[in-house]
Design a protein around this ligand. Structure first.
Ligand code: SF4
Length: 213
């Protein structure tokens, strides 16, 4: 059953975030109400025959973008089971792609975006490399401030992603971050985008639905 009050509240939160993102220099910010609208928006932004890098984003998977995207663009992404050296080659190709599509693990009311990564390729590509970065943000990623963002990305995003990827981190066993020193740690790097990096173009799509982790 749709909870109209929750939907209204979540939309207001996203409107506040959109305003702050624009204040932080991101001129191209869209607010849509469904995963399907997000998919159509992303597809409308991608030029035919361009190259598009895609990180291992659950939000991207959940909006059902990839099949249609592959009919109009060359998609650069690694498939499960690919040897690490092959994956690294694809990550390097992504740095010169026309677009990169990813999702932050948290966005604050002040319009700051937080990303975690194990290898660093994804958080690097959202800052510099691809000509344009398209970020998809579900309403579950909105938090009040930096403190809540740092809590969320370790105690929600990292844990769920460890489940998804079947990685045996301590948080995957306990459900909570223990600031581990595991070689499998999936939050080796945390990146914050505070204002629009000057050499990269961005389109940010806020989605009034729960998406990804
Ligand atoms: S530091 Fe370790 S326990 Fe904490 S979120 Fe990262 S991988 Fe999980």
């Amino acid at each position: 059953m749709i909870d109209n009050n929750a939907e209204k509240f979540n939309r207001m939160s996203l409107e506040r975030v959109a305003e702050k993102l624009k204040f932080n220099g991101f001129k191209e910010v869209y607010l849509v109400d469904s995963a399907s609208a997000a998919r159509e928006k992303v597809l409308s932004l991608i030029k035919i025959n361009s190259t598009v890098g895609v990180g291992g984003s659950e939000s991207v998977a959940q909006i059902g973008l990839l099949n249609e995207l592959e009919t109009k663009a060359k998609v650069l992404r690694h498939k499960p089971g690919l040897p690490f050296d092959e994956r690294k080659k694809i990550w390097r190709q992504i740095f010169s792609a026309d677009y990169y599509i990813a999702s932050p693990q948290a966005v604050t009311y002040d319009g700051e975006m937080y990303f975690i990564d194990k290898n660093g390729n994804r958080v690097a590509a959202v800052i510099f490399g691809p000509e344009k970065v398209i970020l998809i943000i579900g309403n579950n990623k909105v938090v009040k401030d930096k403190e809540q963002a740092l809590w969320r990305i370790r105690n929600v995003s990292a844990v769920k992603n460890a489940f998804r990827m079947n990685i045996k981190t301590p948080c995957a066993s306990s459900g909570i971050c223990s600031e581990c020193q595991s070689d499998d740690r999936i939050c080796m790097v945390i990146t914050t985008i505070m204002r629009k990096p000057t050499a990269t173009e961005y389109a940010i799509i806020l989605v009034n639905e729960e998406l990804g982790y």
